[in-house]
Design a protein around this ligand. Structure first.
Ligand code: BTN
Length: 226
């Protein structure tokens, strides 16, 4: 696959979108000036981290299988940080944590054509050696911090790219979750609910018990606090 490496860009996801000529592409930047997160949030992306987007064009990828894209991205990240000695956990749907703090975020932007996904842009930001802004230090961490090792972003990139070529299953994804059957908080529009997570369905919805009632929720609606 063609790989473009940049020193600085606004957002590698946006770069993919704007340079789309129909071919699959990986874009990597040393830093981003307008890194984007899910739900319209920004993503801190200073030098020392790995910021990568992979754009793929699909022929007949059913929209109802969209969660597979998330599975492949999150498991690829988990396997990558594991290779350096971290002990990753997935916080459904798209965050990877290590030592209870966020080490990676994933932003997936799909283009739909009828019942199919015609293009997916998977943006991955892994905190490797980057300094985190003060306000994120409580909730985020870096691969350097959790492993105590000085790491080359280049080697993390190479392993991630290899792992992104692999296909993973929902079982692989769930193997990185240790918070089933434990109390969690669900945040919906600023309101917090206590819940117990039971499972994740094949379509990516979280199955939770809230006040004894089974509910299946989509990640577009809520966030989790573990
Ligand atoms: C999140 O945590 O909400 C998702 C963060 C995704 C960040 C990555 S960094 C590479 C790509 N480019 C972006 O602008 N965002 C993603």
């Amino acid at each position: 696959m063609k790989i473009i490496e940049l020193k600085k860009v606004d957002s590698t996801n946006d770069y993919c979108k704007l340079s789309d000529k129909g071919e699959d592409l990986i874009v990597i930047a040393e830093s981003q000036t307008a890194g984007r997160g899910t739900k319209g949030r920004s993503f801190s992306a200073d030098i020392g981290g790995l910021y990568l987007s992979i754009m793929r064009h699909h022929k007949r990828f059913p929209a109802e299988h969209a969660f597979k894209i998330m599975i492949n991205a999150c498991v690829a990240v988990c396997k990558t940080v594991e290779a350096f000695g971290a002990n990753p956990q997935i916080r459904w749907a798209n965050d990877v944590l290590a030592d209870g703090k966020k080490i990676c975020g994933t932003l997936i932007e799909n283009t739909f054509s009828g019942a199919y996904i015609s293009r997916s842009i998977v943006g991955i930001g892994i905190n490797v050696n980057n300094d985190l802004p003060e306000e994120l230090k409580e909730i985020a961490t870096t691969l350097h911090t959790v492993t105590g090792k000085s790491l080359s972003v280049e080697s993390v990139k190479n392993i991630l790219i290899k792992n992104l070529e692999k296909q993973f299953t929902v079982t692989d994804y769930k193997n990185y979750i240790d918070w089933f059957n434990k109390p969690i908080k669900i945040i919906n529009d600023g309101a917090e609910f206590s819940a117990t997570a039971l499972d994740i369905s094949d379509d990516g919805r979280l199955e939770v018990l809230i006040d004894g009632e089974l509910q299946k929720i989509s990640s577009a609606e809520v966030s989790l606090r573990l």
